[in-house]
Design a protein around this ligand. Structure first.
Ligand code: CMP
Length: 159
């Protein structure tokens, strides 16, 4: 399993049995290791923590289904997931990577299935909180756009 952050605090946080839980201060170490949040100050990380929840998905679960409406943005904290689109190569997303942004950004149905490859611990952020975060945190919006550009290049290269 691919796990995001090392160290005793992160390990204790990730081993916590609480699901759908709010994120406490100990989570800041884990959030700081997520590349998308890498440029955020501690104050802004606290804001992310206040808006996010955690969810666990069993191996094989379709976390997102193509065609469904999008209500939530996901960041993988532990485990990995496979993006399965009708065309193109399936893509693996590992700890620290995100998905579910497209349907929220363009208000269209989910573009692909995203399936847990093993047990996945994900951070979830609701559509409205995601919109507010992007508006108020330009560094986060920039990091998201950089990743989207990279994914578009990879998709073009494999088409
Ligand atoms: P969304 O369309 O909301 O739901 C499915 C998600 O899969 C999508 O957002 C992206 O986060 C992700 N996704 C779709 N296509 C790709 C791709 N080519 N590479 C990586 N992730 C993708």
């Amino acid at each position: 399993m691919s796990q995001l952050a090392a160290g005793p605090t992160a390990r204790a946080v990730l081993a916590s049995p609480r699901d759908s839980g709010r994120l406490d201060r100990d989570w800041l170490t884990v959030l700081a290791a997520v590349p998308l949040f890498g440029e955020l100050s501690r104050r802004h990380l606290k804001r992310v923590a206040s808006l996010a929840k955690t969810r666990r998905f069993a191996s094989g679960t379709a976390i997102v289904r193509k065609g469904d409406p999008g209500t939530v943005f996901y960041v993988i904290i532990d485990g990995s997931a496979r993006v399965v689109a009708a065309k193109g190569r399936a893509r693996r997303l590992k700890a620290g990577q995100f998905f579910g942004e497209m349907a929220l950004l363009d208000d269209s149905p989910r573009s692909a299935d995203v399936v847990a490859e093993d047990e996945v611990l994900a951070l979830t952020i609701s559509r409205s909180a995601f919109g507010k975060l992007l508006k108020s945190e330009p560094t986060l919006a920039n990091a998201l756009l950089r990743t989207l550009a990279g994914r578009l290049r990879a998709a073009e290269a494999s088409a």
